[in-house]
Design a protein around this ligand. Structure first.
Ligand SMILES: Nc1ncnc2c1ncn2[C@@H]1O[C@H](COP(=O)(O)OP(=O)(O)O)[C@@H](O)[C@H]1O
Ligand SMILES: [Mg+2]
Length: 443
């Protein structure tokens, strides 16, 4: 139940109880008034009957008194008169007042009607009983009047209550409308729109709520920015570490291996016998093997060209090399024109996606064709890599390659989607662009 209907219900219930108490009080009063009026009416009727009989006694023959009495009487208000003539045993009534225009409903009459009272007045003329007169109180007219008053009062009360309820409902709905705004902004926040704010509210009860929610949003936005910066730093730091290891491997191992090779060659030249010559050959072969492992390791640790050459060139070179080595698969690279140069962690990530994606397509999918698209939207670097291979087999989990790629992308605040069916596999990656880069292209 809404707050609004609850408040309205409480107010209406209070009004109903109040109206009930008032009605009960006035019913009591009405009942007493009607009883008094009716009793007075009966009293008046009694006096009237006695006076009329008095005036008739000398003017009318005694045995005609009862027959003529009803004509001589006019019924007073609030009483009914009946004349019982002992001669013929008939009960005659004088003409009464017209029925009241408005009749009270039966239930109301039952509530306020007084206890019926009847007076039987014996008539004795010239020493002989001639019959009797019946006088009963008649509250109908009074009841009808009371009903009219009561009904008007109730109608007015009802109209006022409805007006009050309407005004209260209107005030409440206007007062509570900002809650909708607050709810919308909070759901914006939940959806990840951290720049959404409620702003100032004129309602003094809701203003602090809005202020606190906005402060919370601000803190959240700040924390989010901090986290992204830190994650970016983690990736950049790890990249720097690998770069340093690669440099050491290159600078230290390279010359040593070269020296070993030269020494092996020299030994071979000056070898006194075939066995020594063979040993020198073997040393040379092992040195070559180590050099090749070293090169692979270097490339894995740090693709040298990334950060040195424009990303587009590095990617194009890599794809060209693949096309040469795997002529049965066609690899197409489509890079949007005029792309800015990404920061190094992003460049390295884009390279890794290309590297891992093409390797998977060649190794697992036996694809005939691989297409790669790279472009930007205002906030992201976007890359799609699709092959037309067999698709990822059911039940296959993401391995080191895909997991590592996803982790790196997530750390940089991006996301990776993997779709695969019998028609092939598609990787869709999004990486946030740094604010500085975004500005550089827009200005
Ligand atoms: N393009 C693809 N086509 C078909 N299968 C794929 C593709 N990419 C990945 N897979 C499947 O998903 C598994 C996990 O891939 P990945 O995480 O790159 O690990 P790895 O390549 O080291 O096996 C692979 O072993 C392979 O079975
Ligand atoms: Mg792989």
């Amino acid at each position: 139940m809404t707050l609004q209907s609850r408040i309205l219900l409480v107010i209406l219930a209070t009004q109903l109880v109040l109206a009930g108490i008032l009605a009960a009080g006035s019913l009591d009063r009405l009942r007493r008034d009607i009883a008094t009026e009716t009793r007075t009416g009966a009293q008046t009727a009694r006096n009237l009957v006695l006076a009329t009989i008095g005036t008739m006694q000398d003017a009318v023959p005694p045995d005609r008194v009862m027959a003529l009495l009803p004509e001589r009487l006019t019924e007073p208000r609030h009483a009914r008169i009946g004349v019982m003539d002992a001669l013929d045993g008939t009960l005659r009534q004088p003409p009464g007042p017209a029925d009241p225009l408005l009749q009270a409903p039966r239930w109301f009459a039952a509530l306020v009607a007084p206890y019926p009272q009847e007076t039987r007045l014996p008539v004795v003329v010239a020493g002989r009983p001639r019959g009797y007169v019946l006088i009963t109180g008649d509250p109908a007219e009074e009841i009808a009047r009371a009903w009219r008053d009561m009904r008007d009062l109730m109608a007015l009360t009802l109209a006022l209550a409805a007006l009050q309820a309407m005004l209260i409902a209107q005030a409440l709905s206007r007062g509570l409308r900002p809650l909708e705004r607050i709810a919308t902004r909070l759901s914006d926040l939940t959806r990840g729109d951290l720049e959404s704010r409620i702003g100032h509210l004129p309602q003094p009860e809701l203003a602090p709520l809005a202020r606190h929610a906005d402060n919370l949003a601000e803190a959240l936005e700040q924390a989010h920015a901090d986290r992204r910066r830190l994650q970016h730093q983690i990736v950049a730091r790890a990249d720097a570490e690998r770069k340093a290891i690669a440099r050491d491997l290159h600078d230290e191992m390279g010359p040593c291996l070269f020296g070993l090779r030269v020494e092996a060659d020299a030994l071979r030249e000056t070898a006194p016998d075939a066995a020594t010559r063979q040993a020198a050959d073997q040393i040379g072969t092992i040195a070559d093997q180590i050099a090749s492992v070293n090169r692979a390791l270097l490339n894995d640790l740090r693709p040298m060209a990334v950060g040195q050459l424009p990303l587009a060139t590095v990617l194009a070179d890599y794809v060209e090399d693949l096309n040469r080595r795997f002529p049965e698969t066609r690899i197409d690279l489509d890079i949007a024109a005029g792309l800015p140069e990404p920061d190094e962690p992003t460049a390295l990530t884009l390279f890794r996606i290309l590297q891992e994606g093409t390797t998977n397509a060649l190794r697992h999918a036996r694809a005939g064709r691989v297409t790669i698209r790279l472009w930007t939207d205002p906030a992201h670097w976007r890359m799609i890599l699709a092959d037309d291979g067999a698709g990822i087999a059911d039940g296959r989990r993401e391995g080191t390659g895909l997991t590592g790629m996803r982790e790196r992308i997530t750390l940089l605040g991006g996301d990776l989607r993997l779709e695969s069916d019998a028609e092939g596999t598609r990787l869709t990656a999004r990486l946030p662009r740094q604010a500085a880069q975004r500005n550089r292209t827009t200005t």
